[in-house]
Design a protein around this ligand. Structure first.
Ligand code: NAD
Ligand code: NAI
Ligand code: ISE
Length: 335
């Protein structure tokens, strides 16, 4: 069965995922797309045979749409995900699932009322070969009990529309998910510290930001978010355990020697750095949707748990203090 996909939001990543479904992976085709900028939607589906519809409601309701991909900006995600659940259609939602814990809770409630799992969240790092190897080492006890982790998340630059709260909601949300997954634990408290801001930022933005997380089991995580670092896109992660450490591998690249220097290229954005992870993520999602079974990637609970933490991080950004996340117990539905 070829899974017929409808896409809501055809900006940078929406267009990437349309290209990915059309040319990189098998088993699916894009049949409909929408964007609040209709011209952008038309450009994104050019040459695919897909049609442009007026809005997300039309995409989700379309008879020939089997499954929905939500790649609009974060605050618009919850509405589309809730509409897909109401229609009983599987939905892949780019991170974040929602930008408030209340919206994420509405999604959990709706999915449980529906009675089976329909939602997958785009935490693609769980499909990255390096992170998968780290997970195997930590889970098999290869470094003993994890005590600490050190993370770095750097982007070369961000547009003026990126605001200070997005450091948590849009950027750190990846590490928040990865840490819950790698350490198999929930995050109980967070503190955001703002060092001297870089001059290379739009005036309204607090950048960089340090984030400190406390896991329920007592392990501690530090994260540098620096989205105007200029030189490239760099993701770092090291977990320190009682018996050893495990670190995310460097991205392989040719070594160039010239003019008295030895250098290797640094990726410039997430499209290249995580290309293989995005492909693996979509291959698995399409395969599972075609099989008619609930998808096994990050689910609505993972999206909710991450949003509870980003909410707390936003409160800490404003207060400077340590903020408890108050995460509740995972419902059996998501066990
Ligand atoms: P973008 O601004 O390039 O694209 C967003 C698009 O959504 C725009 O074209 C906008 O017009 C459209 N849009 C907004 N609201 C809409 C609505 N209600 N209905 C239809 N279209 C709507 O942003 P982007 O970089 O493509 O990011 C989109 C999402 O993907 C974000 O949630 C972002 O966090 C996520 N993302 C994830 C990764 C990752 O590494 N997993 C990377 C980039 C972006
Ligand atoms: P973008 O701004 O390029 O694209 C967003 C698009 O959504 C725009 O075209 C906008 O017009 C459209 N849009 C917004 N609201 C809409 C609505 N209600 N209905 C229809 N279209 C709507 O943003 P980008 O970079 O593509 O990010 C989109 C999402 O993807 C974000 O949630 C972002 O966090 C996520 N993302 C995930 C990445 C990852 O690493 N997994 C990488 C980049 C983005
Ligand atoms: C973007 O939305 C992503 O998800 C990228 O992976 C991340 O590095 C960036 O900071 C976000 O804005």
């Amino acid at each position: 069965m070829t899974v017929k996909v409808g896409v809501i939001g055809t900006g940078w990543i929406g267009a990437e995922h349309i290209r990915r479904i059309t040319t990189s992976i098998g088993g699916a085709e894009v049949v409909a797309a929408t964007d609040i900028d209709a011209d952008r939607a038309a450009r994104a589906v050019e040459g695919t045979g897909a049609r442009v519809l007026a809005d997300g409601t039309e995409v989700i309701a379309a008879d020939d749409v089997d499954a929905v991909v939500v790649t609009s900006w974060g605050p618009a995600h919850a509405e589309s995900v809730l509409a897909a659940i109401a229609e009983g259609k599987p939905v892949f939602c780019e991170k974040p699932l929602a930008t408030t814990a209340e919206d994420a809770q509405r999604i959990l409630d709706a999915e449980q009322r529906h009675g089976s799992r329909l939602v997958q969240v785009g935490f693609m790092r769980r499909f990255d070969a390096g992170y998968v190897q780290m997970k195997e080492v930590v889970s098999s006890g290869g470094i003993g009990a994890p005590l600490m982790a050190h993370c770095v998340h750097r982007n070369p630059t961000v547009p003026e529309t990126y605001h200070s709260e997005m450091a948590a909601q849009d950027t750190a949300v990846h590490e928040i998910d990865v840490m819950r997954w790698l350490l198999d634990d929930e995050i109980s408290a967070v503190q955001v510290i703002t060092p001297r801001p870089t001059g290379n930022r739009f005036e309204h933005l607090r950048d960089p930001q340090f984030m400190l997380f406390e896991m329920a089991g007592g392990a501690r995580v530090d994260l540098e978010v620096f989205v105007n670092c200029r030189y490239g896109y760099e993701i770092g992660c090291e977990v320190v355990g009682e018996e050893g450490t495990v670190r995310l591998p460097e991205i392989p690249g040719v070594v160039v020697r010239n003019s008295g220097h030895r250098s290797t290229p640094v990726p410039q954005d997430w499209t290249t750095r995580f290309a293989a992870a995005f492909d693996a993520e979509f291959e698995a999602w399409v395969r599972e949707v075609a099989a008619g079974t609930p998808t096994t990637g990050p689910n609505a609970w993972d999206g909710y748990a991450a949003t509870v933490v980003t909410d707390a991080a936003v409160r800490s950004l404003h207060s400077g203090g340590v903020v408890e996340t108050g995460i509740k117990d995972r419902p059996a539905f998501y066990a």
